[in-house]
Design a protein around this ligand. Sequence first.
Ligand code: PGA
Length: 235
Amino acid sequence: MKKLIVANWKLNPLTLAEAKELAGKIDQAPLHTAVLCPPTIFLGEISYPILGAQDVFWKAKGPYTGQTSVAALKSLGVKYCIVGHSERRVLGETDEEIQGKIEILLENGIVPVLCIGYGTTVAEDDMEVIDVLHGQLEAALSGGINRKKVVVAYEPVWALSAGPGQPKKTPTDEHIEKVALFIKTKYGIDKVLYGGSATSVNAQEILAQHHIDGLLVGGASLLPDDFNKIINTKI
Ligand code: PGA
């Protein structure tokens, strides 16, 4: 079965030339569905079959200096948009903003990739994890949002890598599977991705999980050889 692999380039690369070079090295017709999310400013210049954004503003237009509208993303052919990433939550993004972003993306036919996650250290207590995820999901999906159209990425904060070639530990397969099943059965979500130190080494094992529909890849998405292996992983 085809999985969805989303590349979150974060604040990399630093120049347009490097971004174009990186995109040019990524397999254009991989086994799985691959989405590249470069920094917003490069979106119009990157040519890849499916593009995603790393963020969007929740208001359609107006006096909001520095923000990026959903219409602008749409006009650049963007099909997916990450929201609620832990690296944005820590900068002050609120549940209310996340909910507004999901709403405006759905209204404009862009698939939101809602990131949820817990903890800065390896969590021992699955019940505690479930409690935090429950709160994040309740808040983000309130107000009549069509949940079938939202992709959820489960990213334990402690598992996020420090950058390309610097993966951390990943949760056990049982933990990932349990959380994915919880998200699907409790919230009516169809697609759950896993994110946090996914690499070409662990991709096969994670993607083989029954309830995991793909990966959100940070560090390894900046390494073309690694990322090409991930998007062509045989399961
Ligand atoms: P990582 O990042 O793959 O570098 O851990 C994933 C993410 O933050 O989306």
